[in-house]
Design a protein around this ligand. Structure first.
Ligand code: WTA
Length: 684
């Protein structure tokens, strides 16, 4: 499957020559050799890597035990049976005490406002984590308890997640852009008894009063008979004032008048972080956990609308994220690494927190936006910290590309060695700009394909060893066995296009959907027994390179964030004026994809500008600003099959102004199509 010879051709880009001397994998042949070893003898391959980490007790049973075929019984994956460890111990104590990295910088933190920055060493991070872990224990948090974390990109977020890991609690981080409804839903789904949050933060020049959103979410929980016992609040905005709930406005986005915000305070539930940690000891014995104990739950959109709590476990996640980081970014001890993702998403979990710390790396953590105070911010930060490895999303590249080369050229970016992208397919135009303008044609781009469910990189180049093709995630990482299937589930060989699946487990594969094993099996294993189904389409070219073609389920990818059409539709339908809604994806020059919504009104309602605004706000509030529709079209009728299924395929074509709508003969009423075509929204 992987070619024997290094692929060459007019369209392949090789890694920069000066990287070659320090490459972990020196050639394509070496990659292939290691790859074959990893899939033929996983125990040997991963066993060697496992030795680099600390296990309190060794593996006693088999290295890997699994079932991928639901027709043969329950789906499960078990790694390193019998081994016990603690991931926080591996990330911090081991680096401080065994590797003598105590004084090494773990993070350079760069705030939203230029000039607002701090740094933290491994030793200090360990102390802070221990303190907060002791706080959680003192509050009664026990191994296995779920803790919700809803915070901006501040150091306490890393501290909170690692403190959970230290005492065996399971963190469930919710991106701080999600609405109170989404937060409430996630808290309740995983029965979180504690929430760790912050008072507020600035996103660019916009003040976000986070605590108000938390209060609203907790109120909603109470209405649904669920009580969170404590809310631990970080005072991030210096001048925060506590007030009674009724004195504050409920608008979380008030103007940036002063660098503080008023927050409501309920002394029965709310406690300040700084007051709790004040007297806490900075020594804390880790909880020794089974390697298959849960580490975290992270929600991702599901095609039925309700988000799925993807569950990851400790040992496999540690091994796999650490290894991908080392090889994909060719990690060297003197690197300064920066992943721009928010920790609220899986990229932030794996490649801001866990993997870099597992390698003893120095990272940049950034609170702000790429365009604040201006569109040079990323490049300025790269020069400020001499970043060597820069990992971001295609949507950010496309956004910054709009400002031209000027803002980039103001900074040297000389320190850069390796670039990375993640989250969605990168279009060749953005790829070339990233390569030529940002990387000055010196830095190979690691286009990493993976998912919340996979925990770490699945298809990805390796610097130096794998020649690049713009837009292709190239080849599988060690231990990953991809296949392309046709509709009837047959594996396609050679040049082919179809469903991307994985044939064997890799260490960091999700273990279940929290509290819903049936959904786990239905979503990922039912369609093709014996395979993990990604939900993505994929092409393999004549050289064996993989090209992700995008989602083939009812999901769409807006600015690298997965959303389900069903989720947005149900938010729209909750509006009293709406009888029915159908949402499709539409291409967008910066976001990659955006939402185009068709809505059918209830009798007696009119389609007005005000209604459109109300609907957009409704989606923002129910889900998040990321899900705000770009287009809303009045649809007196929707194209449906005789059995009543909405034909989104046709709506997608109407939205894209395609003339050939394909076969519409199966529609119950063909005339609705003509009307929809004539009422189409003007799109860019
Ligand atoms: C898409 C993000 C093409 C894909 C880590 C996948 C990509 C979904 C790439 C997962 C890439 C991610 N090229 N498509 N390099 N990376 N995707 O769970 O559709 O937020 O299934 O994880 O993003 O998104 P998620």
């Amino acid at each position: 499957m992987i070619p024997d010879k290094t692929p060459v051709g007019g369209d392949t880009f090789h890694g920069a020559a000066d990287l070659a001397q320090r490459a972990h994998v020196l050639s394509f042949q070496k990659y292939k050799e290691l790859y074959l070893q990893s899939v033929q003898s996983p125990q040997e391959f991963w066993g060697k890597i496992a030795k680099e980490f600390y296990w309190k007790t060794p593996q006693t049973g088999s290295f890997l035990d699994y079932n991928f075929d639901h027709t043969k019984g329950k789906i499960y994956i078990k790694l390193m049976e019998g081994a016990t460890t603690n991931i926080c111990y591996n990330l911090l104590d081991r680096n401080v005490y065994d590797k003598k990295l105590g004084d090494k910088i773990a993070f350079y933190w760069e705030g939203n406002e230029p000039g607002d920055s701090m740094e933290i060493t491994y030793k200090d991070l360990l102390q802070q984590v221990c303190k907060f872990a002791n706080v959680l224990r003192a509050q009664g948090v026990k191994k296995g308890d779920r803790i919700s974390i809803y915070m901006p990109m501040i150091m306490e977020l890393v501290v909170a997640m690692l403190a959970c890991a230290r005492i065996g609690a399971v963190h469930s981080i919710v991106f701080a852009g999600f609405s109170s409804e989404s937060l409430c839903e996630r808290i309740m789904d995983s029965c979180c008894t504690f929430i760790v949050a912050a008072d507020g933060f600035y996103r660019g020049d916009k003040l976000i009063n986070l605590k108000l959103v938390v209060d609203e979410a907790l109120r909603k929980c109470r209405e649904r008979d669920f009580q969170v016992s404590k809310c631990i609040v970080v005072k991030h905005l210096g001048g925060t004032e506590e007030t009674c709930a009724d004195e504050t406005s409920t608008n979380p986005q008030s103007p940036p008048a002063k660098r503080s915000c008023q927050i409501p305070w309920d002394a029965n539930v709310d406690v300040w972080w700084h007051e709790l940690v004040k007297g806490a000891s900075d020594e804390c014995e880790p909880e020794w956990c089974d390697t298959e104990d849960p580490l975290f739950i992270l929600y991702t959109s599901g095609s039925t609308g309700k988000p799925k709590g993807v569950l990851h476990t400790i040992g496999g996640y540690l091994l796999y994220t650490a290894t991908t980081f080392k090889y994909v970014f060719n990690y060297q001890p003197d690197d300064v690494y920066w992943c721009t993702a928010d920790i609220g998403w899986v990229t932030g979990h794996s490649y801001v927190t866990y993997a870099p710390l597992a390698n003893g790396a120095t990272s940049v953590m950034f609170e702000g936006l790429p365009t604040y105070p201006d569109s040079s911010r990323f490049w300025e930060i790269i020069d400020k910290y001499k970043v060597t490895t820069f990992y971001t999303a295609p949507t950010a590249i496309r956004l910054l590309m709009k400002y031209g080369d000027g803002p980039v050229k103001r900074f040297s970016r000389q320190s850069l060695k390796i670039l990375g992208t993640v989250g969605e397919p990168i279009n060749p135009e953005a790829w070339h700009w990233y390569y030529k303008v940002i990387g000055n044609g010196r830095c190979p781009i690691m286009d990493t394909f993976w998912q919340t469910e996979t925990g770490g990189h699945m298809l990805t180049p390796l610097p130096v060893a794998i020649p690049l093709k713009p837009g292709s995630a190239t080849f599988p990482f060690f231990g990953v066995v991809p296949a392309i299937l046709n509709e009837s589930g047959e594996e396609l060989e050679g040049e082919a296009e179809g469903y991307l699946v994985f044939k064997k487990p890799w260490p960091s594969i999700m273990r279940t959907v929290y509290g819903n094993q049936e959904r786990f099996e239905d979503t990922y294993f039912k369609k093709f027994p014996g395979y993990f189904v990604t939900g993505d389409g994929c092409k393999r070219d004549k050289d064996g390179y993989y090209w992700i073609t995008g989602r083939i389920d009812d999901m769409l990818n807006v600015s690298g964030h997965l959303l389900s059409t069903a989720e947005v539709e149900s938010a729209l339908i909750e509006h009293p004026a709406i009888a029915e809604a159908a949402v499709v994806s539409h291409p967008h020059p910066v976001k990659g994809e955006c939402l185009y919504c068709f809505v059918t009104l209830r009798d007696g309602h009119e389609f007005t500008k005000t209604l459109v605004t109300e609907l957009k706000n409704q989606v923002r509030e129910k889900i998040s600003p990321i899900a705000t529709p770009d287009y809303i079209q009045n649809a007196p009728g929707l194209p449906k099959t005789r059995s009543g299924k909405i034909m989104r395929r046709i709506l997608r074509k109407i939205a894209r102004n395609e003339k050939d709508l394909g076969d519409i003969s199966t529609l119950a009423d063909e005339s609705v199509v003509t009307e929809l075509v004539s009422n189409r929204c003007k799109t860019t």
